[in-house]
Ligand binder design. Structure first.
Ligand code: AHG
Ligand code: MN
Ligand code: MN
Length: 367
């Protein structure tokens, strides 16, 4: 219930205890994440495993949030002096967040194995009887750490296939449609956890004083139309023609073919871009371009693109590579990269059409 509803009920005399102060502290009136998970468990007839899986994630994200907030005071800034498997420089917080994820999610025994952006191979949880697999990007947007701009964590949960051992890479190579749950935490001006278990998307804000996530963004929906795009424009000279066409038309504004002005944002943290799109619509793109074709794109399918695609689709948006639906891709590697175009449905439809148009013309036919 939002503040104005509370004010209405109060005015109608249904209650005398609720505050009518605009913006007043209502945390104690809200549904907590624990209550929300328990209610979902009853509604969808779960055994409690999913609740337990997500409870592990909740604690993990609270701990990482704490470390991000302490920043320089805790010596958490700067580089770790190491590289991950993908040859990227690791920040201290990348390493710390990865350790927190591994430690906190192993304890309950829910997960058979894990995979992380920061680990080359599958991490087996020895002695676990768990039937689930966890994939995560422990700290997304690492380049923002040292400049105090939003960063996040992204996770995806898969079932261990029947008869499979958690120790094999093959167990992880499932298309995104098989995800049991996915979500992200954003460590921004406030810390939020945004989740889906395939029944819509819900956002919870961390009340730092009591250490509890409360439901502040129930049933998040992405508007179908939008006038805001996010792309790293420094790569414009490498863009493929369909992307260039789309951006050129947006930039042409009210005088161009779109007949309206567009706005642009680039936070350099996918978590923050997706969160903005969930809140007010828009498109986010990190497409395959002439410079990253060999790698297959920039963002990683298993722990960045898939969980975000699941969330975006559950909120009424779309997520494609340009040609294909991200959630349908059959993965071939843990750290596989992929082109990503996601957000408001009608804008992604348009981008898909531009890719199809291009492929139907000489441009691709000649190749
Ligand atoms: P990570 O910090 O986990 O490596 O991910 C960063 C990703 C993504 O979150 C963001 O959208 C993109 O890289 C930023 O790329 P640029 O540095 O090209 O702007
Ligand atoms: Mn990332
Ligand atoms: Mn990362």
């Amino acid at each position: 219930m939002n503040e104005s509803r509370l004010a209405e009920t109060s005015q109608a005399g249904h209650t005398t205890t609720e505050s009518t102060i605009p913006g007043g502290n209502m945390s104690y009136k809200r549904v907590t994440l624990s209550q929300f998970l328990m209610e979902g468990q009853h509604r969808y007839g779960g055994s409690g495993t999913l609740t337990s899986l997500l409870t592990d994630i909740r604690t993990t994200c609270k701990m990482i949030s704490h470390e991000v907030n302490r920043g320089a005071m805790a010596g958490n800034m700067g580089v770790a002096g190491t590289e991950n498997v993908q040859g990227e420089e690791q920040k201290k917080l990348d390493v710390l967040a990865n350790d927190i994820f591994l430690h906190m999610t192993a304890q309950s025994g829910n997960y058979a194995a894990m995979a992380s952006e920061e680990l080359e191979d599958v991490h087996v949880v020895h002695g676990s009887a768990g039937r689930y697999l966890l994939l995560f990007d422990p700290l997304d947007g690492s380049s923002n750490i040292d400049i105090n701009i939003a960063v996040g964590s992204v996770f995806s949960i898969l079932r261990l296939p029947d008869g499979a051992s958690g120790e094999t890479l093959e167990s992880f190579l499932q298309p995104g449609v098989k995800q049991v749950a996915a979500g992200y935490a954003i460590y921004g001006s406030s810390t939020m956890l945004v989740l889906t278990t395939g029944h819509g998307v819900n956002g919870f804000t961390l009340d730092q004083n009591i250490g509890v996530f409360v439901l502040t963004h129930p049933n998040m929906r992405i508007p179908e139309d939008a006038s805001e795009f996010a792309i790293n424009a420094s790569r414009a000279r490498f863009w493929e023609p369909p992307v260039k066409r789309y951006i050129d038309e947006c930039l042409a504004g009210a005088e161009g073919p779109r007949g309206r002005d567009f706005n642009m944002r680039w936070v350099a943290a996918m978590v923050a871009e997706v969160h903005r799109i969930l809140c007010r619509g828009g498109v986010f793109m990190y497409p395959v371009d002439d410079k990253n074709t060999k790698q297959g794109g920039k963002l990683r399918l298993m722990y960045e693109a898939n969980p975000m695609a699941f969330i975006v689709e559950q909120a009424g948006g779309r997520a494609i590579t340009g040609q294909d639906r991200i959630l349908d891709i059959n993965p071939t590697g843990l750290h596989q990269r992929v082109g990503v175009i996601l957000g408001s449905k009608n804008e992604v439809d348009r981008l898909e059409r531009y890719h199809q148009d291009y492929e139907a013309t000489a441009g691709k036919a000649e190749v």
